[in-house]
Design a protein around this ligand. Structure first.
Ligand code: FAD
Length: 364
C-alpha cells in the first residue's frame, strides 16, 4: 500500500510513537512528548501519543502527564513483543487514516528499525538520529529569505510548508546538518535518547488526557516474523541515561588501565553514586564494554556532573556530553579541546589529580 500527498495542508497534529517494553515506558517517550508539546503549541495542533502493545491502556495517563492531549492505543496480543512487520503495518494504517503532520520516534534499537520502515512505506522522508529539533521556523524562514540561499519557486515548495528544522551529525560528526521536510507528510524523525529535556509530570494534564482505541487490522500475511523466544541480557548494564553523575575515562588511562578505571569508580562513588562512562577509544580497545560509551555512536547524557578523565574532547564525544550541567575536565595537555566545553578544567596527570580529588571529597 503506498501513500503520499502533494497537499500538505490536510495533515495535522504532532504524533509521538511511545515505546514500551514489558509494560514499561521509555524515558525517550517523555522527552519527545515534552518537545512535541512545544511543537503542537506552535502549530495550533494536538499532541498525540501512539501506543502499541498488549494490555497497555494503563500507561495512557502517564503519557498524558508529559503532555499528550490524546493517546491512540493499539492493543493486541500480536503487538506484545516488537516485530518490525506488525508494528509497521499498524502504525502505517493509523497514519494513513489520520494524517499526522509530524511523527517522532526515539532513536532506540526499535525506533531505528521501525522509523525507516514506516517512512519507506509512507513514501515520506526520515531524519534519523537527530540531536536537536527546532520549531522556531519563522526566524529560519526570514533568515533564508534574507540570505537568498533558496530559490523556493525553482525548488517548488513554499517555505510555509516547513514545519520542523531537524539537526543531526553528518560526515562522521564533523558537521551538524540541518534538514527540513517541506513536501512530504508526515515529517518523520528519530531523536537520540537524552538530547531533549523532559518536563515535570503534570497531574492536571494527565487527568485531561483522552484515550482512543484504534482497531488493529493484522492478517496472517502481514506477519512474516515469528518470535520464538526472547533472551534477556543477564549482565547488569550501565545506566548512563538517567545518571546524575558520570565519571568518564578516555585513552589517557592507558598508562595503567586497571588503576585508571578503579580511580574513576572511586571518584564516581565519592561524588555520590556516579556512573562510569568512557570514550570510544576505551571501548574500541576493549577496556570497558560498549554500554559505557558516551558520544555520537554511544549514549547522550544530561547529567548534573560530568567528569572527563584523559579524554581529548573529539566532536563525536562532546556531542554526547555537552548538555551536562557541570563539566569537569582533567587532561595533561592544556590545549585539549575538552577544555572548550568544560565548566572547570584541571591541567595535569589524572593519576595524580584524581586521588587528591577523592581525598578532599572524603574529608568534606
Ligand atoms: P584521545 O583522543 O587519544 O585522547 C586522549 C587524551 O588523554 C589526550 O587529550 C591526552 O592529552 C590525555 N591524556 C593522556 N594521558 C593522560 C594522563 N595521564 N592524564 C590526563 N590526561 C591524559 N568517540 C567517542 O568518545 N564517542 C563516540 O560516540 C564516538 N563516535 C564516533 C563516530 C564516528 C563516526 C567517528 C569517526 C569517531 C567517533 N568517535 C567517538 C571517536 C572520536 O573521534 C575520538 O577518536 C575519541 O573520542 C577519542 O577518545 P579519547 O579522547 O579517549 O582519546
Amino acid at each position: 500500500m503506498s501513500y503520499n500527498s502533494a497537499d500538505v495542508s490536510s495533515f495535522k497534529d504532532i504524533w509521538v510513537f511511545c515505546e514500551q517494553r514489558d509494560g514499561m515506558l521509555m524515558e525517550t517517550d517523555f522527552e519527545l512528548l515534552s518537545e512535541g508539546r512545544k511543537l503542537a503549541h506552535e502549530r495550533g495542533a494536538q499532541l498525540v501519543g501512539l501506543l502499541l502493545g498488549e494490555n497497555v491502556k494503563g500507561l495512557v495517563k502517564e503519557l498524558g502527564g508529559y503532555g499528550a492531549d490524546r493517546v491512540i492505543v493499539c492493543d493486541d496480543p500480536r503487538l506484545k513483543i516488537y516485530t518490525t512487520d506488525a508494528y509497521t503495518k499498524v502504525i502505517c494504517d493509523a497514519v494513513m487514516e489520520r494524517k499526522p503532520e509530524v511523527l517522532l520516534l526515539g532513536a532506540s534499537n526499535i525506533g531505528r528499525d521501525l522509523g525507516p520502515r514506516c517512512a519507506a512505506r509512507l513514501h515520506t522522508g526520515l531524519t534519523a538520529d537527530c540531536t536537536h529539533l527546532d520549531i522556531e521556523m519563522t526566524k529560519y524562514v526570514e533568515f533564508l529569505k534574507e540570505a537568498s540561499t533558496l530559490d523556493t519557486e525553482a525548488i517548488g515548495f513554499d517555505m510555509q510548508d516547513v514545519n520542523l528544522k531537524m539537526t543531526r551529525p553528518a560526515f562522521g560528526g564533523h558537521l551538524m546538518a540541518t534538514i527540513i521536510c517541506p513536501r512530504f507528510r508526515p515529517c518523520m524523525s528519530t531523536v537520540r535518547p537524552g538530547v531533549l529535556k523532559k518536563d515535570d509530570f503534570d497531574r492536571a494534564k494527565s487527568e485531561a488526557c483522552v484515550m482512543e482505541i484504534y482497531p488493529v487490522k493484522l492478517t496472517e500475511s502481514d506477519l512474516k516474523t515469528k518470535v520464538l523466544r526472547t533472551v534477556k541480557e543477564t549482565r547488569e548494564l550501565v545506566d548512563l541515561l538517567g545518571a546524575e553523575v558520570v565519571v568518564a575515562v578516555g585513552r589517557g588511562i592507558s598508562k595503567d588501565i586497571e588503576k585508571g578505571i578503579s580511580l574513576a569508580k572511586e571518584l564516581a562513588d565519592a561524588l555520590g553514586g556516579g556512573v562510569l562512562g568512557a570514550s570510544r577509544a576505551v571501548i574500541d580497545s576493549g577496556w570497558l564494554s560498549a554500554d559505557h560509551q558516551v558520544g555520537q555512536t554511544g549514549k547522550t547524557v544530561r547529567s548534573r556532573i560530568y567528569v572527563a578523565l584523559g579524554i581529548s574532547g573529539a566532536i563525536q564525544h562532546v556531542s554526547g556530553m555537552q548538555n551536562a550541567e557541570h563539566i569537569i575536565a582533567i587532561n595533561k595537555s592544556e590545549t585539549a579541546p575538552i577544555f572548550d566545553v568544560a565548566t572547570y578544567g584541571i591541567t595535569g596527570d589524572l593519576f595524580k589529580v584524581v586521588p587528591l580529588m577523592i581525598e578532599s571529597l572524603k574529608e568534606a
